[in-house]
Design a protein around this ligand. Structure first.
Ligand code: FES
Length: 141
């Protein structure tokens, strides 16, 4: 192997390493920032499970079709909301002590109606209809 071809080979290896490193940094960032809502709406009736598996003032997060929703059991029944934050698409969670839905990404908070309480989310969480049939919880998306 002469000097020129060895140098070309090393240049190729270095460029490939730089490209791979940049792709490894940029692609996860884009995946994080790309709003999940662009994947399209979820539809259908989803069986969440037996109602007694969700104690009062607790919640169950359900992943469905590449997205997620949250089923919250209150003292007056069940509520269901999209678990995708309306700000940048992070997955929200139920905070039982505050009785609020919170988004950990930028401190967004939603009330029990899905309305924005504080933080940057621009819209309420979409809500879904919940039915309990023979002790089993169903959510209509
Ligand atoms: S993504 Fe939820 S507050 Fe920013």
């Amino acid at each position: 192997m002469n000097k020129a071809s060895r140098r070309d080979f090393l240049d190729w290896i270095i460029r490939g390493g730089i490209f791979t490193t940049l792709a490894g940094m940029v692609l996860p960032a884009l995946t994080y920032l790309w709003p999940v809502m662009r994947r399209g709406p979820m539809t259908g009736v989803i069986e969440v499970g037996p109602e007694d598996t969700i104690p009062v003032w607790s919640a169950k997060k359900v992943v469905h079709g590449g997205s997620a929703f949250l089923v919250i059991r209150t003292a007056n029944g069940f509520k269901a909301f999209s678990a995708v934050c309306t700000h940048l698409g992070c997955i929200v969670s139920w905070e039982s002590t505050k009785r609020q839905v919170e988004c950990p990404c930028h401190a967004g908070f939603f009330d029990l109606e899905g309305r924005v309480v504080s933080g940057p989310p621009p819209r309420p969480l979409p809500s879904y209809t919940v039915n309990v049939v023979n002790g089993t919880v169903f959510v209509k998306l």
